[in-house]
Design a binder for this molecule. Structure first.
Ligand code: COA
Length: 160
């Protein structure tokens, strides 16, 4: 069995909440190294737990895990965004979080989770998916391009 074959992608359940919160905090810790704007706040534990339960309970959000045995080693969160009324597009999906534990990377788990989000979007008649990725995140930049994303909007920042 390859590592990829051993990770099962499935919709998250309420019983996954603690494991997803642990992965989400690991994601935040990894991003915090990249830019001061990503520094993690004091109330991170409670805030992440709230975000997980909100995503689990919201019809416009979806959460998936990549699990080895019972243990989630990856998760993905997506939500439907509805644009301003002046645009013709009725909705898009934003993949807001994607994290694969270091020991489970480069085995196709990230790609399979992204595919789950694409299928979820298509089921809703949505034809476009967005993701924000830090310019500094070389692995993330390469990953999103490998699953079909291209440049769209640059988010610039200026420190004062
Ligand atoms: C980015 C991330 C989700 C990729 O997950 P993964 O399960 O390792 O990705 P996959 O195995 O499905 O990779 C698919 C393809 O993406 C590209 N890719 C993935 N990681 C890469 C890396 N470190 N360097 C270069 N290309 C990479 C490759 O083309 C890869 O295909 P290959 O392994 O056949 O060459 C994972 O590295 C991660 O969780 N990083 C930290 C959090 C993060 O940056 N999240 C996304 C940004 S918002």
């Amino acid at each position: 069995l390859t590592a990829a074959a051993a990770a099962v992608i499935r919709a998250a359940r309420a019983s996954d909440a603690a494991a997803i919160a642990r992965l989400w905090r690991a994601l935040l810790t990894e991003h915090a190294r990249r830019d001061p704007a990503f520094a993690v706040g004091d109330g991170v534990g409670e805030a992440v737990a709230r975000a997980v339960s909100r995503a689990l309970g919201d019809a416009d959000s979806a959460l998936w895990v990549g699990a080895r045995g019972d243990q989630p080693v990856a998760f993905c969160c997506a939500r439907v965004e509805r644009p301003a009324a002046m645009l013709a597009e009725r909705g898009r999906v934003e993949i807001t979080e994607l994290y694969v534990e270091p020991g489970a990377r480069r085995a196709g788990v990230g790609r399979s989770l992204a595919d789950a989000a694409f299928a979820w979007a298509r089921e809703r008649g949505i034809a476009r998916v967005e993701v924000r990725v830090a310019a500094e995140n070389g692995a993330g930049q390469a990953f999103w391009r490998s699953v079909g994303f291209g440049p769209f909007v640059d988010v610039l920042q200026r420190r004062l």
